[in-house]
Design a binder for this molecule. Structure first.
Ligand SMILES: [Zn+2]
Ligand SMILES: [Zn+2]
Length: 420
């Protein structure tokens, strides 16, 4: 018998390819109706045979996209509407704003393959992204999660991107931040006096590598803010960064291109390896095995914080030299918040960095790299930020105040989902 269900799904269901997933699922099960994003999550009107509807709902729970977290599904039966097909309806704002924005994630395997494929039209394009990867939290201004509510609003899609965006079988079907070299944001290389050096990605990456090897300090705009980078094996460069940043002792985080390189000079347990390679890409604190970097990276310490690349530009930079180890510390003066606005960056970091790699897209919500420490193969957060915020840690309401209190004491966005 035919039925009509009104289905509401809550959790992290926007910005993770949930509507395309529902669309495909509806076609598979011969369900008619529509799906839409609203400020509470995703709403589905589904009409079909009772058995098909059951299968459809089960699959929503079981087969949801990798970055999605389904927290709750509410189902109500409604009067038959005789929908003729299934479509993605325009997003709607409701009175309640309770949906969650997904965190920023590492570039995925498929995008990485395209990024390094000279035949692909996004070859070496640093803003390559798909439904399953890339920036989210850092570019979202409001919910529902639509391009107009993100920092991508000012870039209109070219016909090629538009075609992918509208094709249900494409990996970029309804990928809000999708872009390409023709229509999306671009990188720029500046001297610290704001003189433009280059807008060409091939030239930028080669010059940045050359500057780093020559001992210069570079401010690089990343996902949640600016990093200050220098060659970690160059004693003079690391010392210069310490002096300019007015940070005499606090250890600097490192980045290197490959897990094998990390294993060369730091001890890595299976759990630590798994976390280093995870899509959240946090800094992991590891014990030094062999001295390969300047002693000024972590003065008097035998532990070093290190992470693997997560933005396309970082991958490109490290692809030039498999032995490259960089200091990648957050772009700020000691004890100031991370710098994430371009105007501010030149003012605040101009006397620290010799060069700036920046891009013409706004960072809406800033974040630092997360930091994790592993004891007995159990992981502990030292800082819970990029890659994890704003994913909520679900706790009973009564306990929430304890976490709020902790967050206040630690002065770090520990657990709070961005409920708007
Ligand atoms: Zn991807
Ligand atoms: Zn395009």
């Amino acid at each position: 018998m035919k039925k009509h269900f009104h289905i509401k799904v809550n959790g992290i269901v926007q910005g993770v390819g949930f509507r395309p997933f529902i669309y495909r699922l509806a076609l598979e099960n011969n369900i008619k109706g529509y799906v839409l994003n609203d400020t509470e999550g995703v709403t589905i009107e589904a009409e079909g045979e009772e058995e098909a509807l059951e299968k459809f709902i089960k699959a929503i729970k079981k087969k949801s996209p990798p970055l999605a977290i389904v927290q709750e599904i509410k189902i109500e039966e409604r009067k038959i509407n005789h929908f003729k097909n299934f479509w993605i309806e325009k997003s709607k704002a409701t009175d309640k704003k309770t949906t969650f924005i997904p965190p920023d994630t590492n570039i995925c395997k498929d995008c990485l393959r395209e990024f390094f494929d000279p035949k692909n039209r996004r070859y070496h394009y640093p803003f390559i992204v798909c439904t399953y990867c890339g920036p989210r939290f850092s570019i979202v201004k409001d919910i529902p999660y639509d391009r107009d509510n993100t920092a991508m609003a000012e870039f209109s899609m070219c016909p090629f991107c538009q075609k992918e965006y509208e094709d249900p079988l494409d990996r970029r079907f309804h990928t809000q931040p999708t872009a390409c070299p023709v229509c999306g944001p671009h990188l720029f290389l500046y001297k610290n006096d704001k003189t433009l050096i280059s807008e060409d990605i091939e030239e930028i990456v080669k010059k940045v590598y050359k500057y780093l090897k020559a001992g210069h300090i570079i401010a690089i705009k990343g996902v949640g803010g600016y990093h200050l980078a220098c060659d970690a094996t160059n004693e003079e460069a690391v010392l210069k960064l310490r002096e300019r940043k007015r940070r005499p002792f606090k250890p600097f985080a490192l980045m290197t291109g490959f897990i094998e390189k990390i294993e060369e000079f730091l001890n890595v347990s299976p759990k630590e390896r798994e976390i280093l390679l995870s899509k959240e890409r946090p800094i992991v604190i590891l014990k030094e095995k062999k001295s390969q970097v300047s002693k000024y990276v972590a003065p008097d310490l035998t532990y070093i914080g290190i992470m693997l690349p997560y933005t396309p530009f970082q991958y490109l930079l490290f692809s030039l030299d498999k032995d490259l180890i960089l200091v990648m510390t957050s772009g700020n003066l000691s004890d100031e918040p991370i710098c994430f606005r371009d105007e501010e960056a030149f003012e605040r970091l101009g006397h620290i960095a010799d060069y700036f790699v920046t891009y013409n897209r706004e960072i809406v919500a800033h974040s630092d790299d997360s930091v994790i420490f592993v004891i007995n193969e159990k992981s502990f957060f030292i800082r819970r930020s990029k890659g994890f915020v704003p994913t909520p840690i679900l706790v009973k309401k009564n306990f929430q105040f304890i976490f709020l209190l902790l967050e206040e004491i630690l002065k770090t966005p520990l657990l709070l989902p961005r409920i708007m």
